[in-house]
Design a protein around this ligand. Sequence first.
Ligand code: SF4
Length: 386
Amino acid sequence: MLFIRLTPRPVTGRLMQTLPGARWSCHGCGACCRDFRLGPVEPGVVEDLKARGAGQLAGREDWAVPEPGPNGEVGWFLRHVDGHCVFLLPDNRCAVHATYGAEAKPGFCREFPFRRLRDPNGEVLVIRAECGGFHASHTNGAELAAQTEEAASLPSLWPTPEFKPAAVAVMPGVGLTLADWMALEGALLRCWEGVDPDQAEPEDTARALARSAVHAVGKTLGPGRAELAAGAVREAMRMVTQAAMAQETDATEDWQKGLVREVAALLQTAHSPRPFAPATRRYLHTLLGQAILGKHLLAAGGFVPMLGRFVFECALVRTAAVQPGERGEAAGASISPTEASAVLVPWLRFADNPMVLAMLRRTTPALMELAGTPLKDSVSVPTIRP
Ligand code: SF4
């Protein structure tokens, strides 16, 4: 891996960093109570809820089931009923919250959609893009910077993840030391902040940032064959959905089968691309900034592949969003944030899975092509000097 020196920037000293201008409030859509594994739940919370008689709220006593957790250890998980959490009420409220208060809920419920991590500048707080109300609340919600204290006080089963890799990949084979990456990340976030999302297409912002990052480490990107590359990633993801369906067993829950089929249908959809409404460009712009601050590059195997994945996701939204008149919905000429969210949220939930992430990593050459596609005129490429 090639190491390049950048001028270190002073640590900000802020206790918890949030994306400039970030907002979020819960819209009570109940989407986080569907299409997720609901746990692990702290054993103390299970005991407490049993003692309170939560079985009456659930309508059954076996509302928690033992299952292997992410680390292989068996823990308690809330049961799904009709594709949603056993405690979800018909009006999308949580029966536990409504009856006993927020403190009675499992830690993972209380924490969603906050995602915290620690980098050399301090703690970082971002909103998980899988939140079903974020497409609206990123503009009309409460300031995220005012919610850091509350987020920091929430219980968590696991310690806050630390971002401290020995080297950070800008692109395959080109890495920076952690200190140099933090300097570059700060510069990239300032570039992101300088883009007018009302004017710029989100894919162009991602490609401009890819070029800036690659230029800062003294490299260039290839010519970028977007359509071929997008087709290759789409095909790889179709294979993942096929494999997931083939691996279904009697133990596969209905909500998992439903999610795979929903994503398979999105990947099969071949509508003509539609333009994004200005509000959708702002939503996607926010998701891009969050991906940078939230270090999504770790899962993607590098910064440029992460941007390539973002470009692919924009293409997925453009082609899979409901067409005017389809399913009787009154879709407009441009894609609204609600339509974009309806495509993105299931896709992101599906993609938050080791098997899908591993396959996405194998499409890195195609993701590099997507990030390297020539820009249209909506964004200029900022220069970051090494
Ligand atoms: S998905 Fe987001 S907006 Fe919807 S209920 Fe959950 S936290 Fe609230």
